[in-house]
Design a protein around this ligand. Structure first.
Ligand SMILES: *Cc1c(COP(=O)(O)O)cnc(C)c1O
Length: 495
């Protein structure tokens, strides 16, 4: 199976090429030419497997040129040996008879990014070998929080890799900064950038397009790559947990094989919900995919009207990982809905970068309506959802999950569709203690590390070990750079 660029149908590569190089030369995203189907009895087979075995079975369908034993090795490194604090890796949790959550935050950084970023380093290093690239790979990441820590943990001590993360000096929370600056591992580097997230991101992009710097690195046997969410190697591991959740729902007796299961996903870059769409295409009986947004509700409008318009105010919310106005992975869906009409997709993407707006065709609108629904809520409504869930179910959720819980309720009320539903839970509430405590009615919650203990005392719940242990960890990194000097910072970290 080949992978084609969303913007040029002649630009094709193997899956190893797609993962090794990330972005197609024309700026498009590599997408599988055809989506594999699950055999009739596959869900029964998968039902009795562990999460690792499910990952091998499903990823194998997309990874030509990788052997099952190779993939087993990756799966046990990524999801085995205590890396996740739940043996099920991505467990489901019953909220009521027809509503379950899928908890994707049991990994080392307590957010859903771990599901893919624990696997990506293995897929990437193997892909580089398969395409004959034998330089050491140096991953550069600009982060506004969760991705940086997820990538550091994923690439930590992976042979043949270095990983350097840049974050905006005053643009991340105390907890997020400490998570990064206490990172362990011999191949990692962390550096803050004077400025905001855009400065850090622009700086990293400038390094990627600096041919002279790349030549200099190549001379030292180093090859630059990125770990951001447009890489197919990040989407693929996410398909696994949707299939896995369907199997676990069958096992729990919540659904029978073949029953329609609606899924509601708190969405930013459209990577997580896109994986649900692939699972559905493969034959998992998923019903509506409900796209949940915060006040940055560009996707709600798009799904309801077919007009994507990023010309609108940007809001900083209590669900910061969804504060995003350009959802890159949507491009893969448009490619599929137009049956691979690359010139059309390219035209929309060009309009988006030139005017900030595009409108899809009636055919694409129809497809969107068939597969998706959308709803959004503001911070006050998200806090109300956290408070209500705690009061009624004694179940603590984070602000991102809360947006999805609210959206699920809105969808049910509006459509009357009361099929069983899975709400995707993307972060531990202990990553967002201050907002969660406000939602629980604490008038002046503690800030920073103190807030972890305060939330734990208040709820009687133990904080996840990686967060509880932060207080005792030595700070290893305190490098600061001006945005103009980020290449120098890379040189120094490479020493
Ligand atoms: C990244 C993230 C999201 C958004 O996921 P996308 O794949 O970007 O749509 C939602 N919640 C949390 C906690 C995240 O870290």
């Amino acid at each position: 199976m080949y992978y084609v660029s969303t913007r040029d149908r002649l630009s094709k590569t193997t899956v190893a090429g797609a993962i090794a190089y990330g972005l197609a030369p024309d700026g498009g995203l590599y997408t599988p030419e055809a989506i594999p189907s699950l055999a009739g009895n596959a869900l029964n087979t998968l039902k009795d497997m562990t999460y690792q075995q499910r990952a091998v079975y499903l990823m194998n369908m997309y990874l030509d040129g990788f052997s099952a034993s190779e993939l087993s090795g990756f799966a046990s490194k990524a999801y085995g040996s205590g890396r996740f604090d739940d043996p099920k890796v991505a467990p489901i949790h019953k909220v009521d008879d027809s509503t379950y959550t899928l908890e994707l935050w049991h990994g080392p950084t307590c957010a859903f990014k771990d599901m893919a970023l624990q696997m990506l380093p293995h897929l990437l290093t193997a892909s580089l070998r398969k395409v004959g690239e034998n330089k050491m790979v140096c991953i550069l990441v600009a982060t506004s929080g969760d991705t940086g820590k997820g990538a550091l943990e994923g690439f930590k001590d992976v042979p043949g890799t270095r990983i350097f993360v840049f974050y905006p000096k005053d643009g991340v929370s105390t907890i997020q900064e400490l998570q990064m600056n206490t990172q362990e591992g011999g191949n990692v580097g962390v550096c803050s950038v004077v400025g905001n997230f855009d400065d850090a991101q622009t700086g990293v992009k400038r390094i990627f397009s600096d041919a002279a710097f790349k030549d200099e690195l190549a001379g030292r046997g180093v090859f630059l790559s990125s770990a951001n969410s447009i890489n197919w190697g990040r989407v693929l591991p996410q398909i696994v947990y949707y299939v896995s959740a369907y199997c676990d729902m069958m096992k729990a007796g919540a659904i029978e094989k073949g029953d329609r299961l609606n899924v509601c996903v708190p969405t930013g870059n459209f990577g997580d919900i896109l994986a649900a769409w692939y699972a559905k295409q493969m034959g998992v009986p998923l019903g509506k995919l409900i796209c949940a947004s915060n006040s940055n509700n560009v996707l709600t409008d798009f799904i309801e009207t077919g007009v994507y318009d990023r010309n609108r105010p940007f809001y900083n919310t209590i669900s910061p990982s969804m504060d995003i106005l350009i959802s890159s992975n949507l491009e893969r869906l448009l490619h599929a809905y137009t049956h691979g009409d690359a010139p059309q997709v390219k035209q929309w993407m060009d309009e988006l970068s030139e005017t900030g707006r595009y409108e899809v065709s009636p055919l694409v609108k129809k497809a969107l309506e068939r597969d998706f629904a959308a709803a959004w809520c503001d911070d006050a409504a998200a806090k109300a959802a956290i408070g209500k869930m705690w009061k009624e179910k004694h179940y603590l959720i984070d602000p991102h999950t809360a947006v999805a819980v609210n959206a699920m309720e809105q969808y049910r009320a509006k459509s009357g569709d009361d099929a069983p539903a899975l709400v995707v839970s993307t972060a531990s509430p202990f990553k967002f203690c201050t907002a969660v405590m406000e939602a629980l009615g604490v008038s002046q919650p503690a800030q920073g590390l103190d807030s972890i203990k305060q939330l734990s005392d208040l709820t009687g719940l133990a904080a996840p070990a990686p967060l509880a242990e932060l207080a005792g960890k030595p700070v290893r990194f305190d490098r600061v750079t001006e945005k103009e000097n980020m290449a120098d910072a890379v040189r120094e970290m490479l020493r």
